[in-house]
Design a binder for this molecule. Structure first.
Ligand code: GN1
Ligand code: MG
Length: 361
């Protein structure tokens, strides 16, 4: 359940006097409860983001803060000039607060930045992609064995596909009937999960520390210049595959409308945004990409759009237990939106592959 107020002892545990802060709900994330704390004495620098972690989704919230701390220590040691948001410690030195079974953590708020929910100029796409590319590159040498998956199997398409199939067989007749065409369309694209199966055993397709949620609103942009400043939302920073981060950028930067759009005719592939994101990301990775990774850059978009589509459809069939919905067909429409996006992407395969080649060394 979303909450609207923050109990004062939570601020106190972080060493803040609650009478000095204005607290507002913040952002558009679907999973955690996010608040912005602003110092009401007018100290602009003294602002924070406070979040209650959704423990239905993140069953091991300690892992989030542990991973975040390890990554920030590594980056501070190896890339001291790289701007990365480290979590704010509690008075007792820990980073995660357990308050009557709810878990809270705090981050500094980065002043003079903004974020966008949809890319409205190619520069935003290239700046955001550059930030995610830089993150991946700067973390490339880190020891992955120390990282705990914060959501096990998060982007395991094999398991997402079987969850989808189970949802199809367990759903009530009404929802199944409503979704029949969509179910069939996603099943017709089963080449996408099969390719993923093949990649899992490909020795030239390494694990990397990936962000796993590279939506454009997870990058802060500079108020004045629009340049990328840093990435945010490190909850799913964990070992994974390159296609997750590239794919979610394709999924969310390239169409002029988001996964919430129900006028499906508005979903199109903007080649210039696709190009901007490859232009932003690929040079940051330098020549660290393997041949298989290079070959799978187009597939990345198909992989993430397909996975998000079946996740929404699975949730619709499961009676909306994961994603918050505002109306009965909300998850159904989100799934249909993603299917449309996948179709638009496939239609442009050859042009988009040409763009990719331009930015590969
Ligand atoms: C969730 O909460 P938010 O919006 O950052 C989801 C992502 C989906 C996204 C779709 C932990 O992210 O995987 O892509 O919704 N995060 C989790 O909007 O499930
Ligand atoms: Mg997120």
């Amino acid at each position: 359940m979303a909450i609207t107020i923050v109990p004062p002892p939570i601020l106190e545990a972080f060493g803040l006097d609650c009478t000095h802060y204005k607290i507002e709900r913040f952002g558009s994330g679907l999973i955690n409860n996010t608040f912005k704390l602003s110092n009401n004495l007018g100290r602009r620098r003294d602002e924070f983001i406070l979040q209650r972690i959704n423990t239905h989704v993140f069953k091991n919230p300690e892992a989030i803060l542990e991973n975040h701390r390890r990554a920030s220590e590594y980056l501070a040691a190896h890339h001291p000039d790289y701007f990365f948001i480290a979590p704010v410690p509690l008075k007792d030195g820990k980073f995660l607060l357990n308050w009557h079974g709810d878990y809270w953590r705090m981050l500094p708020f980065v002043a003079h930045t903004f974020s966008v929910n949809e890319a409205s100029e190619p520069l935003q796409a290239s700046e955001a992609a550059r930030q995610f590319g830089r993150l991946a590159h700067n973390l490339a040498g880190i020891d992955l064995s120390q990282f705990i998956p914060t959501i096990p199997n998060f982007h395991n398409l094999t398991l997402r596909y079987s969850a989808f199939q189970s949802a199809v067989s367990d759903a009530d007749e009404e929802r199944k009937e409503r979704a029949a065409e969509l179910i069939e369309a996603f099943e017709q694209h089963s080449r996408i999960p099969i390719t993923y199966e093949e990649l899992k055993t490909d020795g030239d397709f390494p694990d990397r520390l990936m962000h796993h949620d590279t939506k454009i609103n997870n990058v802060l942009l500079d108020d004045k210049t629009g340049e990328g400043v840093c990435v945010i939302d490190l909850d799913t920073l964990m070992p994974g595959k390159l296609i997750s981060d590239i794919g979610d950028m394709v999924r969310t930067y390239v169409s002029p409308v988001s996964e919430e759009e129900t006028d499906f005719g508005k979903i199109i592939i903007r080649d210039d945004y696709y190009e901007a994101l490859m232009k932003g990301y690929l040079p940051e990775m330098g020549n660290t990409l393997t041949n298989t990774e290079k070959e799978m850059l187009f597939y990345a978009g198909q992989f993430m759009i397909y996975m998000q589509g079946i996740r929404f459809l699975t949730d619709f069939l499961n009676r909306d237990i994961y994603y918050p919905v505002r109306y009965p067909l909300h998850n159904y429409n989100r799934a249909k939106n993603q299917l449309t996006l996948l179709q638009r992407l496939d239609e442009k395969e050859s042009v988009l592959k040409k763009i990719i080649r331009k930015y590969l060394k």
